[in-house]
Design a protein around this ligand. Structure first.
Ligand SMILES: *[C@@H]1O[C@H](CO)[C@@H](O)[C@H](O)[C@H]1NC(C)=O
Ligand SMILES: *[C@@H]1O[C@H](CO)[C@@H](O)[C@H](O)[C@H]1NC(C)=O
Ligand SMILES: *[C@@H]1O[C@H](CO)[C@@H](O)[C@H](O)[C@H]1NC(C)=O
Ligand SMILES: *[C@@H]1O[C@H](CO)[C@@H](O)[C@H](O)[C@H]1NC(C)=O
Ligand SMILES: *[C@@H]1O[C@H](CO)[C@@H](O)[C@H](O)[C@H]1NC(C)=O
Ligand SMILES: *[C@@H]1O[C@H](CO)[C@@H](O)[C@H](O)[C@H]1NC(C)=O
Ligand SMILES: *[C@@H]1O[C@H](CO)[C@@H](O)[C@H](O)[C@H]1NC(C)=O
Ligand SMILES: *[C@@H]1O[C@H](CO)[C@@H](O)[C@H](O)[C@H]1NC(C)=O
Length: 633
């Protein structure tokens, strides 16, 4: 199946799910309409300025029971919290670590004097899981969803050259109507709120990504959508530019190659530009053109914005996943944005080091398990030729699944739990992910959920419109979800709605624990089942074993480094005799933090690296396999 190298008109207008749309929440509703118009990632160009608001902010927990909607005050002196970082592990205070509800970040900001002719905005790259931006005593914007950006235009509230008090409130509560979902319990004796959830990683919260103050000209470029194609030796860039109201200037396009040579020009808001003898963006060999958009009037450039554009195609043919017409086999890991002290705080040093480790391993790809990663990571993947499976934060739509084990569970999809309102929030999460990441060459397909209860009644009604929405938003990429073990090839009810089979399996760990012979037979049967059911690519998006670094066993028992090596080897034997296999992503890149529980000692230990990025024995065996696979291509 060749994915349409065409631009969806819908990508610019954020379609609704139809009858089920529930925009009755006034604050969410009005913002939702504006959110489809969120600007492109801030960029410093000859017409745009950018001020980082990262650093130390005043910080406080919101008073219990105070929903902060009327918050106007300067915060009490005392705590300062770094941005970007999750706040949970920063302070030596259990109350902050375990806090459920709103927190407040606050600082003074001066709008540069020179911006009097511009429009200016405050942008938060993420606030987990709900954020509000206040300017002085005014609430401007509320945003739902912890991993996508939101912003407030403050031009009409603060004059250039003036100082204002910026407060960002952040709520970490998860309910059945959030993505991801969770539940709050209240202690009988203490009345204390506790957050529980259905995903196996810690609910880090706060401002884990950058905050910006930036300017755009009054006539400015609001959005650009790019879809590439290849015709013989020419690269085609189909584009659609959206500009602000009041724009009277003409739109002008230049495509600049890596040597700085203009290789194509065009004018107009929509069209196709062609690059002769194109250098393709290839896995492991990124080539990026700058797609420069300008608004020009009477010879003057009013606005200019540049998008790093890799020309490549994606196609599914039978059981093969093709990039630029060549079969691509995914190697690498699922991972988390997770480090000590910072929690999910974006960190450039860890980002670069983690990419280095992936490249050292011979890994060619990763999945943004289980939420959209920082936009800087996507840019870095584009520049480094790393292929990305881009996933929403819809993890844990599976009430029975906790810490990877299945218990007796109430039904997931029901009016009291994952319901139509949840689905609308999920739809918005998909819109925002596609809107943010649609121009990344590295992103080859979308994963709209991880391990939902796709074996349960109601899953099809829930997912059918979401799969359709994703295709409408982006007809140029395949759409997938990641299937859980309990919804095996016979029990799953939704996989036919998707293009690729992505499965997570733990034979030998959560089942057949420690018995790799039984596990091998079960894995083989499962893969054959999927292969026969759908003649299409299968990617093992998770497989792995908890492993305590430094624990050894002459018997190769579970938890030892030997077991992790043996178990991965067993999976690889089975993959190598399964023709439909198109990729393998070990769970996990590195050990990571989870909620406290009787099954987890200081987090999940399925990392091939420790949390501080030291290799376990499996790193070396995987490295051998993946570098040899890469060399034989
Ligand atoms: C929409 O959501 C509101 C509250 O979030 C709820 O009271 C109402 O019943 C919902 N309406 C529909 C049609 O689902
Ligand atoms: C959304 O945009 C409208 C029209 O520009 C504006 O009146 C409204 O206040 C905005 N809502 C939010 C939450 O920013
Ligand atoms: C916040 O609390 C106030 C006072 O209790 C209430 O009137 C308001 O509706 C609440 N707002 C939100 C968004 O929860
Ligand atoms: C919440 O806290 C703010 C700031 O102290 C205060 O102005 C407001 O009255 C409080 N609201 C409620 C409902 O307690
Ligand atoms: C932009 O123009 C359109 C069409 O005239 C109008 O509907 C919309 O409200 C305007 N938006 C703003 C932010 O001025
Ligand atoms: C658009 O133009 C009108 C009339 O000149 C002006 O009042 C308005 O502020 C402008 N809007 C923007 C977003 O610049
Ligand atoms: C694009 O336009 C520039 C400026 O007008 C011109 O110098 C250049 O030759 C053009 N390049 C192509 C490939 O059309
Ligand atoms: C969703 O809404 C439909 C129509 O109102 C209803 O029949 C169905 O039970 C709802 N589904 C859930 C999971 O609440």
């Amino acid at each position: 199946m060749k994915f349409q190298a065409a631009i969806s008109l819908l990508s610019l207008i954020a379609p609704s799910l139809g009858d089920q749309t529930n925009n009755s929440h006034p604050l969410d509703g009005s913002h939702r309409d504006n959110r489809s118009l969120i600007n492109l990632k801030p960029q410093r160009t000859s017409t745009r300025e950018l001020v980082s608001l990262d650093g130390l902010w005043n910080f406080a927990l919101a008073p219990d029971g105070n929903n902060t909607s009327t918050w106007t005050d300067p915060l009490p002196k005392g705590l300062e919290c770094p941005v970007p970082a999750s706040y949970n592990d920063i302070f030596v205070d259990r109350k902050i670590h375990d806090h459920v509800g709103w927190v407040l970040y606050q600082r003074d900001v001066i709008v540069p004097k020179g911006w009097s002719q511009e429009r200016y905005l405050v942008r938060a790259e993420a606030a987990t899981h709900k954020g509000r931006i206040y300017v002085n005593d005014r609430l401007l914007v509320e945003h739902v969803g912890g991993y996508t950006p939101f912003e407030a235009d403050i031009t009409d509230l603060v004059k250039a050259g003036e100082k204002f008090r910026l407060t960002i409130a952040v709520d970490n509560e998860l309910t059945f109507q959030t993505i991801p979902p969770g539940q709050i319990t209240v202690g009988e004796a203490t009345g204390k709120k506790t957050q529980t959830y259905f995903h196996d990683f810690y609910n880090y919260a706060g401002l884990a990504r950058s905050v910006w103050l930036y300017s755009v000209p009054r006539q400015h470029i609001q959005d650009v959508t790019i879809v590439t194609d290849v015709q013989n030796t020419a690269g085609l860039i189909n584009y659609d530019v959206k500009v602000s109201n009041n724009t009277t200037g003409e739109i002008s396009i230049s495509v600049v190659d890596e040597d700085g040579t203009i290789v194509a020009n065009a004018t107009g808001a929509q069209g196709t530009v062609s690059i002769d003898s194109v250098n393709l963006w290839q896995p492991g060999a990124a080539y990026l053109y700058q797609f420069e958009v300008s608004i020009v009037e009477s010879g003057e450039t009013l606005d200019t914005y540049s998008i790093a554009t890799g020309v490549r195609t994606v196609e599914i043919r039978g059981t093969q996943f093709l990039i630029n017409g060549n079969p691509f086999y995914f190697t690498g890991f699922g991972a988390h944005e997770d480090t000590t002290v910072r929690g999910k705080g974006h960190d450039q040093a860890y980002m670069v080091h983690d990419f280095q480790l992936r490249q050292w391993m011979g890994a060619n790809s990763f999945r943004t398990s289980h939420y959209p990663y920082a936009e800087e990571v996507m840019d870095f993947a584009d520049r480094n030729g790393i292929v990305v499976i881009d996933e929403t934060a819809a993890v844990g739509l599976n009430i029975g699944l906790t810490s990877g084990t299945v218990g007796e569970a109430p039904s997931t999809f029901s009016p009291e739990r994952i319901n139509n309102e949840t689905r609308e929030v999920h739809a918005q999460a998909i819109r925002e992910l596609v809107h943010r990441d649609k121009n990344h060459a590295s992103v080859v397909f979308w994963s709209i959920a991880n391990e939902p209860a796709s074996n349960e009644e109601g899953s099809r009604e829930y997912f059918e419109p979401l799969a359709k929405l994703t295709r409408e938003l982006d007809p140029s990429r395949p759409v997938a979800f990641v299937n859980v073990g309990a919804a095996d090839y016979e029990k799953d009810l939704i996989s036919d709605l998707f293009d690729i089979t992505c499965i997570n399996r733990y034979f030998g760990w959560y089942s057949q624990t420690g018995d790799l012979e039984e596990a091998e037979a079960a894995l083989e049967a499962e893969l054959q089942g999927w292969e026969q059911k759908f003649n299409r690519p299968i990617i093992m998006t998770e497989y792995g074993a908890d492993t305590v670094a430094g624990l050894h066993s002459v018997f190769g028992l579970p938890w030892s480094e030997e077991f992790q090596v043996d178990m991965l080897d067993m999976y690889h034997r089975v993959f190598d005799r399964t023709p439909a296999m198109a990729g393998e992503h070990v769970w996990n890149f590195a050990d990571f933090q989870t909620s406290v529980g009787v099954r987890r000692v200081d987090g999940n230990k399925k990392g091939v690296f420790t949390r501080d990025r030291k290799p376990k024995a499996a790193a070396h065996s995987l490295r051998k396999r993946w570098t040899e696979m890469g060399a034989s291509k």
